[in-house]
Design a protein around this ligand. Structure first.
Ligand code: GTP
Ligand code: MG
Length: 194
């Protein structure tokens, strides 16, 4: 596996022109987006993570095997950054999604332990509106017992109108193989911009 960071975009003008296919990780702050990238890459310090929400403040493009990008977004809904900063992130994220036909899939990360929040549902509606292929990934599943895993998978799936949900953990690696397969499939059937 070869994984490297290529671009960090703090503002609209830093967003690179579309090229190879992109798989995007979206979800609330602290849900584990950056940690999952590190697990998929097999490199602990590749994406910066923190137990404090609001760690990722830029859009980060990680190139995997020279074939596609995994794009790490700033988390949604972190109140403490203040209204103006969260409005700026929203603008940045919206600018990124504009005319981004190279996006082959969005992984919508949610916390496996929780009932999806209002913010999770809003993000889901917005992704519906954008009509991008999507996979719901319930992270931190290592925190759940076997029974809880089954129950939470059902609860989360029904909150999203019956969409399939993959249980995953950046600690134990469960779910990562399936996520990897789905990402590679979507990226290899997606079109690049020359
Ligand atoms: P923002 O950048 O703020 O949007 O957060 P993020 O979604 O990138 O979360 P990040 O990867 O920084 O992880 C947040 C916290 O959750 C860190 O303390 C991680 O160690 C922890 N964490 C992430 N994934 C897992 C997981 O699968 N299991 C457990 N137990 N902890 C996790
Ligand atoms: Mg992050």
């Amino acid at each position: 596996m070869q994984a490297e960071i290529v671009t960090t975009a703090f503002s609209n003008k830093d967003i690179p022109p579309p090229g190879i296919p992109e798989v995007v990780l979206a979800g609330r702050s602290n849900v584990g987006k950056s940690s999952l990238i590190n697990k998929l890459a097999g490199k602990k310090g590749l994406a910066k993570t923190s137990s404090t929400p609001g760690k990722t403040q830029s859009i980060n493009f990680y190139r995997f095997n020279r074939a596609f990008f995994i794009v790490d977004l700033p988390g949604f809904g972190y109140a403490k950054v203040g209204k103006s900063a969260s409005a700026a992130w929203k603008r940045l994220i919206e600018a990124y999604f504009r005319d981004r036909s190279v996006i082959s899939m969005v992984l919508h990360l949610v916390d496996a332990r929780l009932q999806p929040t209002k913010l999770d549902l809003e993000l889901s509606e917005w992704l519906d509106f954008l009509e991008v292929p999507r996979l719901v990934v319930a992270t931190k599943a290592d925190k759940l017992s076997g029974n809880e895993k089954v129950n939470q998978q059902r609860i989360i799936s029904s909150a999203f109108g019956g969409k399939p949900v993959i249980l995953a953990s950046a600690v134990t690696g469960i779910g990562c193989k399936e996520i990897w397969i789905r990402m590679v499939e979507s990226a290899s059937s997606a079109s690049s911009v020359e």
